[in-house]
Design a protein around this ligand. Structure first.
Ligand code: SF4
Length: 436
């Protein structure tokens, strides 16, 4: 055995896929993955550098690893700013940027010689960190947008889309080994193929993936006009009726300062049209409160927008400065206590909206996929309106329930974010490559 490695993966689903690929490479070289730092000869921390709380969490995790493991390699988004990591933890063995697998492997193999030759070891594409029945499918790396609060384009570079056939091959492999829900991710999924001058590449990809006969969910959709074409794919049943469009704000003044398109009126019109096309649509969005220059009037506009839009799922962050972001130079810094107070007002309002939205499902029949056994005889499942890890769940009751299978369920009750349902009958998958 080459040595034991503990791995911590922080941040978003995109970073999780990087971790999965890196772990596969480490296993192929003969390293054993262990769950605790104490048991490891070396630790790898895949960091997140999106906002200050994430940076702090990453630095803390590196500190924790250093306390318990003799050697630590830091990689991931925060690794693109090695000086931040080195300043807090000068003793780390190596610091590498996001998806820099070769550099991580070089640092690891230097510190802990591998069993096999890195040049000839057969590498499986990735080792899954999610349950077998769902998987993230990363279709591009990097981002070409210039949102003023974000340094992801600096960290991960401009967008590079994966070839369509390669993505389809990966999806086929995942389905053949039991995946029943594919979750398409990128920094900006709707821009897939755009840097190569391809138009409609994502729609073509959806058509191909829909042939696999499993649930297909799309995350991180930038509010381009092309969203309408995605909604058509949902109406055709090729894509789950779940639209994750981070809008960030509703005040045109703040959106301009964020270097993002749109305004409340335009968004409301589009939301109405999306819902007309797909009545069972679940709409998810994310907002930043306390952005520089946000007045009480701007914030009231955001609350009015939320009341009118009645979004199903809403996440919110208080604005926090990230070193290197253009927004840092904007005037009108909002005091922390005002940000917090606005955040709580927004979340309180959204909890009321969410409760109302969830009640509309009571008495209806919904398809669900089962994630895990729960407590008190109920199972943890999700409807098309629930993305794993970020949304609510469906507490499912009934006989003969199995993880990864799909059922038609009768919704019996709802609370603020979750549903309660009883199984009516199985809904067998038509997975084209179908090994269970
Ligand atoms: S779309 Fe905007 S927020 Fe998202 S990664 Fe790109 S620059 Fe950052």
């Amino acid at each position: 055995m080459a040595g034991r490695i503990a791995f911590a993966s922080l941040g978003c689903a995109k970073a999780l896929v990087d971790s999965e690929q890196l772990i596969a490479r480490l296993r192929a070289l003969g390293y054993e993955l262990v769950p605790e730092y104490e048991e490891a000869d070396l630790a790898i921390v895949n960091t997140c550098g999106f906002i200050n709380p994430a940076i702090e969490e990453s630095l803390e995790e590196i500190g924790l690893a250093l306390e318990k493991t003799p050697k630590v390699v830091a990689t991931g988004c925060l690794g693109a700013r090695p000086e931040v990591i080195r300043k807090a933890h000068p003793e780390v063995l190596a610091v590498t940027g996001p998806a820099q697998f070769e550099a991580v492997l070089e640092a690891v193999t230097r510190a802990l010689p591998p069993d096999r030759d890195p040049k000839t070891a057969l590498v499986p594409p990735r080792v899954r960190l999610t349950p077998r029945h769902y998987a993230y499918l990363k279709i591009a790396e990097g981002c070409d947008n210039k949102c003023s609060f974000c340094i992801i384009p600096k960290l991960r570079g401009p967008q590079v889309s994966r070839p369509l056939d390669e993505v389809v091959r990966e999806a086929e492999g995942l389905v053949a080994t039991g995946t029943r829900e594919l979750i398409i991710i990128a920094q900006d999924t709707l821009a897939y193929g755009r840097e190569r001058g391809e138009r409609g590449a994502l729609l073509r990809l959806i058509d191909r993936l829909a042939e696999l006969g499993v649930w297909l969910r799309l995350l991180y959709v930038y509010p381009y006009p092309e969203v309408e074409a995605l909604v058509e794919k949902m109406a055709e049943g090729k894509l789950l009726p779940y639209l994750d469009v981070p809008l960030q704000h509703a005040s045109p003044r703040i959106l301009r300062a964020m270097r993002r398109p749109g305004d409340a009126e335009r968004y409301l019109e589009r939301i109405r049209a999306w819902r007309r096309a797909v009545p069972d649509l679940t709409l998810r969005s994310v907002f930043i409160v306390g952005f520089p220059g946000e007045t009480e009037e701007d914030f009231a506009l955001l609350l009015d927008f939320l009341k009118e839009a009645e979004l199903d799922r809403v996440g919110a962050f208080t604005y926090s400065e990230v070193e290197g972001a253009a927004a840092n130079a904007l005037p009108g810094r909002v005091p922390e206590e005002v940000k917090e107070e606005r955040y709580h007002r927004l979340m309180q309002l959204q909890a009321e909206i969410s409760s109302r939205r969830m009640r509309r499902w009571v008495g209806k029949r919904v398809p669900v996929i089962v994630d895990a056994p729960g407590e008190d005889g109920a199972w943890i499942a999700r409807s098309p309106g629930d993305a794993p890890g970020v949304d609510g769940v469906v507490y499912l009751e009934g006989e003969g329930i199995e993880v990864g299978e799909r059922y038609l369920a009768q919704v019996t009750d709802a609370d603020t974010y979750d549903l309660f349902a009883r199984v009516l009958r199985p809904l067998p998958w038509k997975a084209a490559l179908g090994a269970k």
